[in-house]
Design a protein around this ligand. Structure first.
Ligand code: AMP
Length: 404
């Protein structure tokens, strides 16, 4: 079954076309991205498997035009990978926020659309873009089933003691203020792959997954189910990130707002877009650049690196205690997949529990799944490249197959 996976941002559309034979047997036919929708010069980058990639620069006024461009690229006689739109049997969309409405992927209908709309308040940058993407796809492929997969769904198994804030209860009842988490699709995927690789029975395991990228979150997973995660009501909570501050004392907000005469929107912007690596380090939100700066003697870049490791260790340590131990620690996403020093230094903090890294395996781990702990390690440690699109494609395939 050919499944088109769509990840819509406010001005971009990322896509992958996968030919799914089964959950683990699939072919990536093409992937790409449409960027700068609504800006004077938009761009489509299309990468068909086994063919030359193509880049087109043109004005892309809205998401509908963007989706049409994606479909045209897929059927293009030269760069395409299918001969007609009819070959696409289902479309799966990534949705950032499903709140407590959704604990798994679902087929899109008007009730589902209403609920995604209700969640816009919690994800004002993402959910409206997802809605545009679904509507655009419905317009260009009206007969094709559309499925939605939520970043929050995997975390719906948390117990109230993990997801509730100790605020007056009425704010939970009135406004659904609670912890939802994010990156759920990634945490779910890498925990399943990691359990297989480490020879663990997922249904009887304790795993901690560290998704460390531009956005970062850490999740405690007992018997395949999320028991705690570091992101909260929004992706701001938890550890330091590229542009987000992570956990701070909430009293800092009114204090700074009064001192600097800031509006709520300005404060939100500072915490989400001007903090983290860029705020603390002052020069970049990118880890590659931060590492280069620290190597050149930039002390604040070094502080960023030290804080990243500190925050991970603190969260992982807490989750080990929460689960009464851990069998496997997994590193994934841009920063953790590409920086052996981060995996080594974080793991070293748990030497007192018997964790032992195989330095050669850790240094060699790149692009491919790998166990990076030594055979004598009390706790296994792995690097697993994440693949959120595959989870979306699998769920979409299963839901579309059930319609037949
Ligand atoms: P993600 O959000 O998962 O795409 O991760 C983005 C982060 O990963 C950025 O901070 C990048 O600097 C970092 N990253 C990606 N590739 C590399 C690399 N080859 N070496 C070091 N850091 C990298």
């Amino acid at each position: 079954m050919k499944v088109l996976v769509i990840n819509c941002g406010s001005s971009s559309v990322k896509y992958q076309l996968l030919d799914m034979h089964s959950d683990d047997d699939f072919v990536l036919m093409a992937k790409g991205i449409v960027e700068k929708i609504g800006l004077p010069e938009g761009v489509l980058t299309h990468k068909p498997s086994g063919k030359t990639p193509v880049e087109k620069k043109l004005y892309i006024p809205d998401h509908k035009v963007g989706m049409k461009l994606v479909l045209d690229a897929l059927v293009d006689p030269e760069h395409g990978v299918i001969s007609s739109f009819e070959e696409i049997e289902a479309v799966g969309h990534r949705i950032v926020q499903g709140a407590d409405f959704f604990n798994g992927s679902v087929l899109v209908d008007e009730d589902v659309m209403d609920k995604i709309e209700l969640c816009c308040d919690f994800a004002p940058l993402h959910n409206p873009a997802h809605i545009l993407g679904i509507r655009a796809m419905q317009a260009v492929l009206p007969a094709v089933p559309q499925v939605v997969t939520f970043d929050t769904a995997f975390h719906q198994t948390m117990e109230p003691k993990a997801y509730m804030y100790a605020l007056p209860y009425e704010y939970y009842e009135k406004y659904r203020v609670r912890r939802y988490g994010a990156h759920g699709t990634s945490h779910q995927y890498v925990s399943q792959r990691g359990a297989k690789l480490a020879g663990l029975d997922l249904a009887n395991s304790r795993i901690i997954t560290c998704h460390i990228g531009n956005g970062s979150s850490i999740t405690a997973i007992r018997n395949g189910k999320c028991v705690d995660t570091s992101m909260g009501f929004t992706p701001l909570e938890g550890m330091i990130m590229g542009t987000r501050c992570g956990c701070i004392d909430a009293n800092i907000l009114p204090y700074l707002m009064k001192k600097e005469n800031l509006t709520p929107d300005q404060m939100t912007d500072i915490m989400n877009k001007k903090s983290g690596f860029i705020g603390l380090g002052g020069k970049t939100s990118d880890m590659r650049d931060t590492v280069a700066l620290a190597a050149g003697g930039d002390e604040r870049a070094q502080l960023v690196i030290d804080k990243v490791k500190h925050d991970i260790v603190k969260l992982v340590g807490g989750y080990i205690a929460e689960m009464g131990g851990v069998d496997l620690i997994i590193f994934t996403a841009g920063i953790a997949e590409n920086n052996a020093w981060l995996r080594r230094d974080v793991s070293k903090a748990f030497e007192f529990l018997g964790v032992k890294i195989d330095d050669a395996a850790n240094d060699a781990a790149r692009y491919e799944e790998a166990i990076i702990s030594a055979p004598s390690s009390s706790i296994k440690v792995a690097m697993i490249p994440t693949n959120e699109e595959l989870v979306i494609a699998r769920d979409t395939m299963h839901i579309a197959q059930n319609l037949k």
